[in-house]
Structures are given as structure tokens and as C-alpha cells.
Design a protein around this ligand. Structure first.
Ligand SMILES: C[S@@+](CC[C@H](N)C(=O)[O-])C[C@H]1O[C@@H](n2cnc3c(N)ncnc32)[C@H](O)[C@@H]1O
Length: 228
């Protein structure tokens, strides 16, 4: 299958995500990988941080996952960062392939995303209400390390999703992963699609117990870990 040009991030010559099963892939790698349902059952709230907001696919998949969890009254804080924010129209094109399954969530996110000014740097906030509770999205328009430093409190869960390390080594640099370790609550978790040796070593140095586990779809293996 040819990749539609709008799926490739021109700044990194890399796709925003693998087209086939990207919503299901998110659930396996990021949501099961970080055990977030177990965490939510305990406290009803969770602070998530993502490197690379892109087209919001992880956020859409998360809302779908939580909608079908049967849990209610959850308070999710979803902090994310984007150095090259895309227009609402481009986001709609990128997410079009998932419309049949999660069209209602795409429309809800697009409407909220359209209300923020992506030309302004620093934090932008939007809030979504779902059957499971609320998601407060704090989107930092700018560079990932700046955002990590600007986080008011450590996060419980990290989704590291910033293009492959060969295409975008910056978002995997040791300094940034170290700062992420420092901004992770004790017992907090991360998950990522890459198993690159340098990423693995930096995450260990940042204080995580790192584990390689079975991947999903085109990915044979992925990484997850818990802060020591
Ligand atoms: C693979 S895409 C993310 C896909 C997104 N999680 C989704 O599910 O749609 C990675 C994103 O990280 C952004 N990015 C890359 N380097 C960055 C940096 N240093 N700081 C902030 N964002 C960055 C890219 O512009 C891109 O949108």
C-alpha cells in the first residue's frame, strides 16, 4: 500500500504512525504496556505525558480504550508536546482511516483542537468529557525538553512516541530521557515502540527498570519499564 503523503511528517521523513491497526497497536504497546487500568482502578486519576502529539492518534485510542473499560469518574491529565503542530484539516486527513471505528472521538478532538492557537508557544489547554470521565489536555507547543522542564509535577505514565531514533535522534537524546526519568513519579511507567540499544541504555540510566516485550503488528518487540 502506498503511504498517503499527508501521513509522512516532512520534518523527519517518517510516518506519524503505522497505518494498519494503529489504534489497536496503541492499546497493546502503550496502555497495556504501562498497566494504566490497574493504576486507574486504584485512584481514579492518572497523569500521562506523551512525547510527540502529532495527529493525536494515541489520545484517540486512549479515549476509545477507556470508554470500553467500564470505569467511570476518571480524571485523566494528558500532557503532550509538539514542535511542529499540524492544522486541524491535516489532522483530519491523517485520522481519516479510523473514522469508521472511532469517528465520534475524532470529531470531538478536532473540534477542541481547532479552538487552540497552534502558532503560540507554551501550554494550551482543552478539556474533553467522555463516559469514563474527563481528559484535561495540556499541549505544549515547543521542544520536548522545554516541556519536561515546564511540567508542574512528575507524571505517572509516559508514552514515548517521537519518530524512530534514526530519523529523529533528538527526541531520544540522553539529556531528555534523563529529564523524563526525573519527572516520573515513583513507581511510574513508560512504554515505547522502539527497542534501540541507545534508547534502552538511556532509559536505564534515567532510573527505569526496562523490559523488552512482544510487539504488535509490524513490531516484533517493544519496550516498557517502571521507575525504580
Ligand atoms: C511519531 S509522531 C507522533 C505521533 C502521535 N503520538 C500520534 O499518535 O499521532 C512524533 C511527533 O513528535 C514531534 N516531535 C519530534 N521531535 C520533537 C521534539 N524534539 N519536541 C517536540 N515534538 C517533537 C513530531 O513533529 C511528530 O509530530
Amino acid at each position: 500500500m502506498l503511504t498517503p503523503p499527508y501521513l509522512v511528517n516532512e520534518h523527519y521523513d517518517d510516518r506519524y504512525f503505522d497505518v494498519v491497526n494503529a489504534v489497536e497497536e496503541a492499546k497493546h504497546i502503550y496502555f497495556e504496556g504501562t498497566g494504566l487500568i490497574t493504576r486507574l482502578k486504584k485512584s481514579g486519576k492518572l497523569s500521562i505525558c506523551e512525547t510527540g502529539f502529532g495527529a493525536g492518534r494515541l489520545l484517540i485510542a486512549l479515549m476509545d480504550y477507556l470508554d470500553s473499560s467500564g470505569l467511570t469518574d476518571l480524571a485523566i491529565t494528558y500532557n503532550s508536546v509538539e514542535l511542529h503542530p499540524i492544522s486541524k484539516e491535516r489532522m483530519a486527513s491523517i485520522l481519516e482511516g479510523f473514522r469508521e471505528a472511532v469517528g465520534h472521538l475524532i470529531d470531538q478532538l478536532l473540534q477542541a483542537y481547532g479552538s487552540i492557537d497552534i502558532t503560540k508557544t507554551k501550554w494550551q489547554q482543552i478539556q474533553l468529557t467522555r463516559p469514563f470521565g474527563t481528559v484535561t489536555i495540556n499541549l505544549y507547543i515547543g521542544e520536548a525538553l522545554e516541556m519536561v522542564h515546564a511540567l508542574a509535577a512528575p507524571c505517572d505514565t509516559w508514552f514515548l512516541d517521537g519518530h524512530g531514533p534514526k530519523k529523529n535522534p533528538d527526541i531520544w537524546r540522553p539529556e531528555l530521557l534523563m529529564a523524563i526519568g526525573e519527572k516520573t513519579a515513583s513507581g511510574g511507567a513508560f512504554a515505547t515502540f522502539t527497542v534501540a540499544g541507545a534508547v534502552c541504555r538511556s532509559l536505564v540510566a534515567a532510573g527505569f527498570n526496562v523490559e523488552q516485550v512482544t510487539g504488535f503488528g509490524g513490531k516484533k518487540a517493544v519496550l516498557k519499564g517502571v521507575k525504580n
